[in-house]
Design a protein around this ligand. Sequence first.
Ligand code: LLP
Length: 432
Amino acid sequence: MKFETNNGHLLWDGCDTVALAKEFGTPLYVFSQTQIEEKCHELQKHFVQKYDHVRVAFASKAFSTLAMLKIVEQQGFSLDVVSDGELYTAIKADFPAERIEMNGNNKSIEELEMAIDYGVGRIIVDSLQEVGLIAAIAKEKQKTVNILFRITPEVNVTTHSFISTGQKDSKFGIPIDESILFPQIKQAIETPEVQFLGFHFHVGSQLFDHQAHLAAVDIALDLVKLVQERFDYTIKELNFGGGFGVKYTDRDQPKPFHYFTDPMMDKVLAFCEQENYPQPAIVIEPGRSIVAEAGISLHTIGAIKELPGLRKYVSIDGGMTDNIRPGLYEAEYTGVLANKSDQANEEIVTISGKACESTDILVKDINLPIVETGDIFATFSTGAYGYSMASNYNKLAIPAVVLVKKGKAEVIVKRQTLDQIIQNEVIPESLK
Ligand code: LLP
């Protein structure tokens, strides 16, 4: 991994990470605003400005905080939310509702009402009951709601099976089956309270190959043609989801955004030309690829346990509670000792978390300088699905989040206090 140092200390967007650990405590998430903005600029240059009628919707599940949503908003991007909490965060960040798209495979009536009250730009329908529900709520509120259908394109992807979503046997999306999807489309076209815009798919996450995306684009375009023939209805929008892979370790070789977007757009433009079809708006929904590499986590080394001839366990003051990905997906990470980042590696250790769980191993067998209690371990690429999947297991507090830019650091999420951990707990009268 590439990184900068100063006096042996790891720098992150111009900030000394050892000083950050001292000032804000550990565990700590540190996000480089510059790196987030660079990713956004890459998308602007190679996608938004390159093609007509295209949009980027940041998948907020990757890192949904008020400050992050402000950054994304200022880029002119749209936003993908999947729950009342993500929608609420967006609204509190003053994210324009018409640029919000609501996904989710089991939206509650309350969530749909909330989305329609706020006036979100699109609701991505993911189940068979949803059109009827949306129509009923919209009718009552005298509104019209833009919808897309999330389809299951039945493509295979090369990623961990836990994060692949486009295969036939999936809880996500509506199968492309005449008897299931077509009655839905007919209903949507005939329902005045909904404006049926088109189709959405998301094939999976952390992908390095564009084959699955391209296969799914073909399927979506076939569907566009079928809808035209069958219903004499012109599709106005297609959403190709996210899933673009990032670098967690040097073994990962991620591709630039345009490796995915250019050939997808080529297919769309060729289709439109061939069929003399008006170009539908094209939306992509990247989450991880915008924010993962911009974020690192800082932990302080505590107990060190050497099992002779076997392994040296080096424990940190966090772990699966602030990064569940190794435990959940066997995800691999790498890192450095932030306070010894110019020293040569001398020993192989295993970085273990402090949760009471054997799978709470952050990095297995990492080569580091001699590790001592009090050292600061920095894990790279924890910006996506780290903070957003953090938990209070073992009643550990959710760490603070700091945003850094050119040597300046600002807290964007305060560290949870012990009181906050139990603030919603109640001792019933019967136990007093
Ligand atoms: N759009 C939809 C409809 C999605 O379901 C997802 C991710 C995305 C966009 C963004 O995907 P991305 O660009 O971030 O790969 N917690 C897992 C990832 C779950 C992703 C779920 N959906 C992880 O930590 O790897």
